[in-house]
Every structure is written in structure tokens, then in C-alpha cells.
Design a protein around this ligand. Structure first.
Ligand code: AP5
Length: 209
């Protein structure tokens, strides 16, 4: 199954992908996670993109497409994948078309007010990438990862000014992809306002129908 997860920041793409990858036995490829991993390891790419992610702007298409091309070439991605956060521009979608065919594009839709609540309460474990929410999915021990016991962090781009910019960037550069994929018969709309289990079930139903 070759899937793209589309949707505004904070719609729950990463949360649903964590459930879907276990269910479908396919890798979850998040371009945001790939960039954050480069930043954490202080690679040349990480140094190049750190400020861009902090502001909530998009990394250039050339850099992003090349990173995805390399990742899709790895053995575990041959039978299928969940691409989360890619493509985010028409140019990236055109490039992806040249790399592989897709089975479906899931469009996770959510109102802006809820998005802001979800993003401002998000906490993550830096080493495992596990996603929590202060209200909706709190860790067992306040502030610490359930498995590793590490201190949870707030992403730099979950600060209010970066959230605002990310929403604008989404509207301007990524929103047009909804029509792009709808016109190609690949788009499935998913209401992302329920619990993660409800959203995941809606996604499974949409894929089966
Ligand atoms: P990326 O990491 O992809 O960020 P994003 O798209 O903004 O998405 P998020 O990770 O913020 O949200 P999500 O939808 O995964 O929500 P989550 O599941 O965490 O990208 C980061 C940056 O990298 C970009 O800004 C850009 O700079 C760069 N980049 C990445 N891809 C790029 C590309 N293709 N081109 C150029 N640049 C690129 O959930 C959010 C919160 O809500 C969590 O706390 C969670 O616990 C909670 N939650 C989730 N679902 C539910 C639910 N159903 N009910 C209640 N709470 C929920």
C-alpha cells in the first residue's frame, strides 16, 4: 500500500501514521522527522535546515525531493509506505509522480481552532519521536516518556508565532494539492476531529470502500 498523508500541521498525521504502520506493516516516512533527525545529528543538511524548520517555512523542493528519493529507494519501502508531510508543493507532487505510483492520498481535515489546541499541547520524545498531548494523550508520568523515561520536549515550531506561519504556509503552498490529487482520482477525505482510534477507523473504511 503506497499512501500519502496530507493535511494541515497538527491534523494528527503522525499520530494516525503510528497506528497505520503497524496495521499495514509498512514504514512511516515523515519528512519532518527526517529533517529533525538530521538536525539532532548536526549533519550538514541539519545545519542547513534548522532555522527553516524553526520558523515553520518549507525546505526547498530540491533538497526535500532528493531526501525522499533516497529514502524511497531503501529496501523496506519497496512493498509500500506512508509518506507523511510529503509532498507539500505542486513541484514535489510532480517529482513524486516520477518516482512511484500511489494507491491513495488521505486528506486529514481539521478546523484551525482545534489545530492550534493540538499543536500548542503537543510534547514529543526527542529520541523515539513518540507524540503526546498534555490533555488528549498525556504520558503516564508528567513530562516524561513512557518507555525511555526521557524528558519530553516542545518542538521549536510549536511556539505560537511559528504555528501561525505554518498555517499560512500550508494554505498557500500545500492546500492546492487537495485539488491536484482529487482531480487525479486519488484523494480520500478524512474527518480528523475524532479520537485517534475513530480517525484511524474512518481511514480504514475509506481505503476499503
Ligand atoms: P512536519 O513534522 O511534517 O510537521 P507538520 O506537517 O506541520 O505536521 P505536524 O507534525 O505538526 O502535525 P501532525 O499532523 O503529524 O500531528 P500530530 O500527529 O503530531 O514538518 C515540520 C517541518 O519540516 C515543516 O514546517 C518544514 O519546515 C519541514 N518539512 C517537512 N516536510 C517538508 C516538505 N515536504 N517540504 C518542505 N519542507 C518540509 O498531532 C498533533 C498533536 O495533536 C499531538 O499532540 C497529538 O497527540 C494530538 N492529536 C493527534 N491526533 C489527535 C486526535 N485525534 N485527538 C486528539 N489529539 C490528537
Amino acid at each position: 500500500m503506497k499512501l500519502v498523508f496530507l493535511g494541515p500541521p497538527g491534523a494528527g498525521k503522525g499520530t494516525i501514521a503510528a497506528l497505520a504502520k503497524e496495521y499495514f506493516h509498512i514504514p512511516h516516512i515523515s519528512t519532518g522527522e527526517l529533517f529533525r533527525s538530521h538536525i539532532k545529528q548536526h549533519t550538514p543538511l541539519g545545519l542547513q535546515v534548522e532555522a527553516i524548520l524553526g520558523r515553520g517555512d518549507l525546505v526547498s523542493d530540491d533538497i526535500t525531493v532528493e531526501m525522499v528519493r533516497l529514502r524511497l529507494g531503501e529496501a523496506d519501502a519497496q512493498a509500500g509506505f506512508i509518506l507523511d508531510g510529503f509532498p507539500r508543493t505542486i513541484a514535489q507532487a510532480d517529482a513524486l509522480k516520477e518516482l512511484t505510483a500511489l494507491d491513495a492520498v488521505l486528506n486529514f481535515a481539521l478546523e484551525e481552532e482545534v489545530i492550534i489546541t493540538r499543536l500548542s499541547g503537543r510534547r514529543v520524545c526527542k529520541s523515539t519521536g513518540k507524540i503526546y498531548h498534555l490533555l488528549y494523550n498525556p504520558p503516564k508520568r508528567d513530562g516524561f516518556d513512557d518507555e525511555t523515561g526521557e524528558l519530553l520536549i516542545q518542538r521549536d515550531d510549536d511556539r505560537p508565532e511559528a504555528i501561525h506561519n505554518r498555517l499560512e504556509v500550508y494554505q498557500r503552498q500545500t492546500y492546492p494539492l487537495i485539488e491536484y490529487y482529487r482531480s487525479r482520482g486519488l484523494l480520500l477525505d478524512i474527518d480528523a476531529s475524532g479520537t485517534p482510534e475513530e480517525v484511524f477507523a474512518a481511514m480504514r473504511d475509506a481505503l476499503n470502500s
